[in-house]
Design a protein around this ligand. Structure first.
Ligand SMILES: [Zn+2]
Length: 160
């Protein structure tokens, strides 16, 4: 994949804005988790905004919007997975003192060549569930199909 290199401190301090689109098929690690039969370009929209006020430190705010085609682990058919992610990063030489990285933000090291596409891929890799399944009952689970052939249920029918 073509890296998107940014000077992260510069973008944050200048309150820069960056947006674009990358293809999930170009993200090698991510593509491994996706449905291979799907030839559609799985487009990932991103927008990055810099600010200096949010955490009183230069920071970056990343939004990712995509619909990926993953494999349902129940019926093994491709299924669409819509993801909308928002992440905040404080840009600093070292982990900032006094505030702890957590749910609100992550810390990224100051870099003149931070690869934005790798960051986007990392966030998506963490967001894709390990065993995605359709929200509807795409295939009876083992338990349900077991009930159908439950010998006692058949007996019950005979007794009536
Ligand atoms: Zn399914």
């Amino acid at each position: 994949m073509k890296p998107i290199l940014i000077n992260n401190l510069e973008v944050a301090k200048s309150q820069g804005k960056l947006s674009g689109e990358i293809s999930a098929n170009d993200c090698k690690r991510l593509a491994d988790m996706l449905s291979q039969g799907d030839s559609n370009t799985q487009s990932i929209q991103y927008a990055l905004v810099g600010s200096v006020t949010k955490f009183h430190l230069p920071s970056l705010h990343l939004k990712i919007d995509t619909i990926l085609s993953v494999i349902c682990q129940r019926c093994l058919e491709p299924m669409p997975l819509a993801l909308t992610l928002a992440h905040h990063y404080v840009v600093n030489e070292s982990e900032p003192d006094g505030i702890e990285a957590g749910d609100d933000f992550d810390w990224v090291e100051t870099s003149r060549e931070m690869d934005l596409s790798a960051l986007i891929e990392d966030e998506l890799l963490m967001a894709v569930p390990l065993a995605p399944t359709h929200s509807h009952a795409c295939k009876p689970t083992k338990q349900e199909s077991g009930e159908k052939h439950n010998p006692f249920a058949v007996l019950k029918g005979l007794v009536k």
